[in-house]
Ligand binder design. Structure first.
Ligand code: MTE
Length: 320
């Protein structure tokens, strides 16, 4: 986000998922994975072996959601090696490399604040709260790149209904884990840690807003925000907070980490809007990771039909 010019993964560096899986299987059987990794480190670029620690737990019984886009998916490698997760490093490759530090069990999520039924959930009980669905969504990052990601998750509204928010609950505030041991990026004051995000109650209750626990049918890799992250597909990617430990119902608009850090650049709403530029770059176009030519950015990231009514009568230039 602080980085001004987006850089992309080159097409030749991208391994289709099937090829990648087959290669992994082969390496495992032949017991040469360790040797290959060592050789890859010695001759970078010659052995382009993807160093992604792959989550192995399949998420069973996932049903497909009609709310998915049918656009071609980005590969598992693209989605898990090109990340924004400042707690695990500020460049795109660091989160995958530092994922090993982020131990996600045991893990609890406190649901609290203006609610009749506050509760501290164990992560495994949250995952059973509602049937898991595959939701294929476009993610549009504020840095003008995008991906199409097959998330596994459930509507945030399912958790909110359990909590029974009071009439004072106007917003929902989300907080990421603060633990510099597990999140080495927090040793540097890049942001005022922990990362905080927020949604208005109607945005949080919208059927497109999900809590994700997986992608590509498997549990979420750490670099993508394990064990629980928010996904709000019509907003810039930074609203989709990772590795959540607290969800709080509040009366006042939460002070989010990016608003705190640079309020003239990042607003509370942060709806994808090709007509409202970031002060330092245009938001009219985006580069889909893996593609060469840029494409036009769509209002609300293409989800306008479902969400435009949430903002009726609001000036989206001032409420950016
Ligand atoms: N959540 C936390 N806790 N820390 C972060 O740095 N980066 C955000 C968002 N959530 C971020 C975060 C940004 S800028 C983007 S674009 C998305 O995560 C990227 O999610 P992905 O890596 O799964 O694509």
């Amino acid at each position: 986000m602080l980085i001004k010019k987006p850089s992309d993964i080159k097409e030749k560096e991208v391994t289709p998922k099937e090829l990648y899986l087959n290669r992994r299987r082969f390496l495992k059987t032949a017991s040469i994975a360790a040797a290959a990794t060592a050789a890859g480190a010695a001759f970078p670029g010659i052995l382009a072996f993807p160093r992604v620690s792959r989550a192995t737990t399949k998420l069973e019984g996932t049903r497909k959601s009609p709310l998915s886009t049918d656009e071609p998916l980005n590969s598992y490698k693209q989605i898990t090696t090109y990340n924004n997760f400042y707690e695990l490093g500020t460049d795109k490759e660091s989160p995958a490399r530092n994922a090993k530090y982020l131990v996600t069990r045991p893990w609890t999520v406190a649901v609290e604040g203006e609610a009749k039924r506050p509760k501290v959930y164990d992560i495994d009980s949250i995952m059973k709260l509602s049937p898991l669905e595959e939701r294929i969504y476009r993610l549009r990052c504020v840095e003008a790149w995008s991906m199409v990601i097959p998330w596994v998750g459930f509507p945030l509204s399912a958790l909110i209904k359990q909590a029974e928010p009071t009439s004072n609950a106007k917003y929902v505030e989300f907080t990421t884990l603060y633990d510099p041991k597990r999140m080495p990026g927090q040793r540097r004051a890049v942001l005022d840690w922990p990362y905080v995000e927020g949604l208005r109650m109607d945005e949080a209750m919208h059927p497109l807003t999900i809590l994700a626990v997986g992608l590509y049918g498997e549990i979420l890799p750490a670099q993508n925000g394990a064990p629980l992250r928010l996904v709000v597909p019509w907003k810039y990617g930074f609203k989709s907070i990772k590795s959540i430990v607290r969800i709080r119902f509040v009366e006042k608009q939460p002070l989010t980490a990016w608003v705190k850090s640079a309020s003239h650049e990042y607003g509370f709403y942060s709806n994808v809007n090709p007509e409202v530029d970031h002060p330092r770059w245009s938001q009219a176009r985006e580069r889909r990771i893996g593609e060469f030519f840029k494409r036009k950015t769509l209002m609300f990231n293409g989800y306008g039909e479902q969400v435009a009514q949430l903002y009726q009568g609001m000036d989206l230039k001032t409420n950016f």
